[in-house]
Design a protein around this ligand. Sequence first.
Ligand SMILES: [Zn+2]
Length: 66
Amino acid sequence: MSDFIRNCQLCEAPMESSPFLLCPECLQEKEQVRVFLKNHPRVPLHELVESTQIPISHVKKILGID
Ligand SMILES: [Zn+2]
């Protein structure tokens, strides 16, 4: 039996099985977005992308507006 490998829900990179649906990098991005929105609740999407340097496709998936 080999280890179960799945794909990250966000960037689709293969990752080892974990309790999370996202790879470590994407978990970090998600946390960054969460913190940024907490501090800037009404920030426009493009400003969020510029400030966090996270690809907009990731941000949209994180926010569920893809
Ligand atoms: Zn990922």
